[in-house]
Design a protein around this ligand. Structure first.
Ligand code: NAD
Ligand code: IPM
Ligand code: MN
Length: 358
């Protein structure tokens, strides 16, 4: 198979982790007879520096002409002073919305070998952590009207609109129920229906949809309770479906129960097979350029890409098995290091995973 990828290396640790992911894909190509052709596109802080805007039109066009997008991370302190519409993060939101990627899937799985890196007590983690957060990605607070009430940039009253339509809720709900059918058949819909009107529509819509999936166990949960339950008893969750901002926050929380945010991959899909694949973490400015970043989240995102966009299951499993084996053998980056671990840098972790690929 010939696969055309648009690649956003981005800022901070972005270029370091994407380089390792490309190395892994290239090895998969050699082993299974595929060719990956990468076209780097500018987005984020590096795009602002080079062109003055976070998401040049050309980048969107190339992304739309590609089979999928691989993204490292964008943003960093250098660009924090810019107005909202000119920030690096705006590039990410632009790509998500222009590619129509409304369904963001973030699996949080604790590898047996990383039990010591999990901050929860063994009696909690040994029940297993294997859940998926299905996050709505093109609506909600991220895409509503916002501004200062004086119309400028200095007013002392600000607002951000939160809007959801039944259509948007139903289509993300379907993704969650369908996914649950392939897993342990349980969906937890997370909202704030005790306060927020969009959440009441969310709950109403999810309840109606659940009637079409009688084989899937369904419950709803308030978001504050969910944040607590994720550390009290994460084994209770299979698929969590929630709106854009709740999903952002809960997925960072869930990631830590797997040892590190450097472990969590994600896929973002819409109504076509063209997806965007990225780790859930950011550009980690505190460790950028030091060969310290964990590339596993990005590498596992490539496994998700092979499975979800290209139906290359054996190739995806090969990557996932290689990662599991490397961890079983005690190889660690510093974020998941434990007393018996053998420390590797970003590049060396990429090389080690390639060594175990079959
Ligand atoms: P972050 O995820 O970048 O970092 C939080 C902490 O986790 C840091 O201590 C960092 O060193 C650590 N960390 C993150 N990824 C790691 C990895 N692969 N290996 C080891 N440690 C890792 O979050 P932040 O510091 O809040 O944000 C930094 C910048 O990244 C901000 O500009 C933010 O907007 C941006 N951001 C971008 C994305 C994205 O591009 N998808 C996602 C989140 C944040
Ligand atoms: C993520 C990030 C982004 C988000 C930011 C950088 C816009 O935190 O992908 O989780 O909030 O969606
Ligand atoms: Mn986030």
């Amino acid at each position: 198979m010939d696969i055309k990828l648009a690649v956003v290396k981005g800022d901070g640790i972005g270029p370091e982790i994407v380089t390792e992911a490309e190395k892994v894909l290239d090895r998969i190509g050699e082993l299974y007879g595929h060719t990956f052709v990468y076209t780097d596109i500018l987005a984020g802080g590096c795009a602002i520096d080079a062109t003055g805007v976070p998401l040049p039109e050309e980048s969107v066009e190339i992304a739309l002409q590609s089979d999928s997008v691989l993204l490292g991370a964008v943003g960093g302190p250098k660009w924090d002073g810019l107005p909202g519409s000119m920030r690096p993060e705006k590039a990410l939101l632009g790509l998500r919305s222009k590619l129509g990627l409304f369904a963001n899937v973030r699996p949080a799985k604790l590898y047996r070998a990383l039990a010591d890196a999990c901050p929860l007590k063994p009696e909690i983690s040994e029940n297993g952590i294997d859940l998926v957060i299905v996050r709505e990605l093109t609506g909600g607070l991220y895409f509503g009207e916002r501004g200062r009430k004086d119309g400028g940039e200095l007013g002392e009253v600000a607002f951000d609109e939160l809007e959801y339509s039944k259509m948007e809720i139903e289509r993300i709900g379907r993704v969650a129920f369908e996914l649950a059918r392939k897993r342990r058949k349980k969906v937890t819909s997370v909202d704030k229906a005790n306060v927020i009107e969009t959440s009441r529509l969310w709950r109403e819509t999810m309840h109606a949809l659940s009637k079409e999936y009688e084989d899937v166990e369904f419950e709803d949960m308030l978001v504050d309770n969910c944040a607590m339950q994720l550390v009290r008893n994460p084994a209770q969750f299979d698929v969590i479906v929630t709106e854009n901002m709740f999903g952002d926050i809960l997925s960072d929380e869930a990631s830590m129960t797997t040892g590190s945010i450097g472990m969590l991959p994600s896929s973002s899909l819409g109504s076509t097979t063209r997806g965007m694949y990225e780790p859930i973490h950011g550009s980690a400015p505190d460790i950028a350029g030091q060969n310290k970043a964990n590339p596993i989240a990005t590498i596992l995102s490539c496994a998700m890409m092979l499975r979800d966009s290209f139906d290359l299951t054996a190739e995806a499993v090969a990557i996932e098995n290689a990662v599991a084996q490397v961890l079983n053998e005690g190889w660690r980056t510093s974020d998941i290091m434990d007393e018996n671990g053998k420390l590797l840098g970003t590049r060396e972790m990429g090389d080690k995973i390639i060594e175990y690929l079959k």
